[in-house]
Design a binder for this molecule. Structure first.
Ligand code: 0X9
Ligand code: ZN
Length: 298
């Protein structure tokens, strides 16, 4: 079981997914999508009322280890969907694929050794450990905003998809045929961003992505008044190629791909106090709900 008054270990998060699959077997199932570099099992929660041909929504968090509010917010959203009993209409119309922590080795390292660890924990014979998993995807890999230095926090890795965790997530995404949207949760800065991250150019359908982002952020802000900015990631924060969002849209064919930078804007940064987990979950869920209801119409 789970609560949102404190941050939770990887084992606790995995335990929550197991509990859901056991408690709601007609709705929740777990799929093992592979193993991490250090040998941890990566589990994906599928939330589906069954049937075929439904539109899909893929959600992940924790690609960056120290961004603890991301897995917490993703599990909060799962709780709303599955345990509140309030969203049967959404559940009837949409299949959800959710992985709260897609960099499990890094997450454990940030708990046990270095609170501010960002990368994976792979090592290919160099002095430093880890690649930036959000510079490791193959779409325009290493073109801009990434480093070839293994000691850099934005090390792109020795090759695209060198990181097994990102291979696992890519394959899990590719295995779903009808994904309309991909939401990947980070912190911090309060931004709701869409591709591209490798160029200042916008996708040809950017207006569609901007419109849905606006609707989501309006709902988010209505909950606690939290201000978010919207835009393409290059034009909102910086250019950085090899992100999962750009891959989802550019190669994965998922039209509505978003990177969401959660609270705050830098006061607490990665050390967002635990008493902000629930308010962050509440407002972010309002945004996710808007996306889910939109996906249901597709
Ligand atoms: O740099 C990142 O990976 C993300 N910001 S963070 O501070 N959480 O590290 C932003 C990623 C935006 N998307 C792309 N650049 N593709
Ligand atoms: Zn991040």
């Amino acid at each position: 079981d789970m609560d949102w008054t404190s941050y939770h270990t990887l084992d606790e998060i995995n335990g929550y997914l197991d509990y859901l699959a056991t408690t709601y077997p007609d709705l929740c199932s777990i799929e093992n999508i592979g193993t991490s570099y250090e040998g941890r099992t990566m589990n994906m929660l599928k939330i589906s009322t069954g049937g075929s041909g439904k539109p899909g929504l893929f959600i992940d968090g924790g690609i960056h280890a120290r961004e603890w509010i991301a897995p917490a917010t993703v599990t909060y959203a799962i709780n709303q969907l599955v345990e509140s009993g309030s969203y049967q209409d959404i559940l009837d119309a949409v299949d959800f694929y959710i992985i709260p922590s897609i960099n499990p080795d890094g997450y454990v390292y940030s708990w046990e050794h270095d609170r501010y660890w960002r990368k994976t924990r792979s090592n290919y014979g160099t002095l430093c450990y880890g690649c930036d998993p959000n510079r490791n995807w193959s779409f325009h890999w290493d073109e801009i905003g990434a480093s070839d230095n293994p000691c850099s926090e934005i090390y792109a890795g020795p090759s695209p998809f060198s990181e097994i965790e990102m291979v696992n997530v890519r394959d899990a995404m590719s295995a779903q045929s009808n994904l309309i949207s991909y939401l990947t949760f980070h912190s911090y800065s309060q931004l709701w961003m869409y591709p591209w991250g490798f160029t200042t150019d916008l996708p040809e359908d950017w207006q569609d992505l901007d419109n849905l982002a606006s609707d989501a952020v309006d709902a988010l802000t209505a909950v606690h008044g939290t201000h978010y900015e919207i835009g393409s990631s290059t034009n909102t924060i910086y250019a950085a190629a090899g992100g999962s969002d750009d891959w989802a849209k550019g190669e994965g064919g998922v039209k509505y791909a978003y990177t969401i930078e959660l609270r705050d804007t830098g006061n607490w940064g990665f050390d967002l106090p635990e008493n902000q987990i629930i308010p962050t979950g509440e407002e972010t869920w309002a945004g996710i709900e808007v996306v889910a209801r939109f996906v249901a119409t597709q």
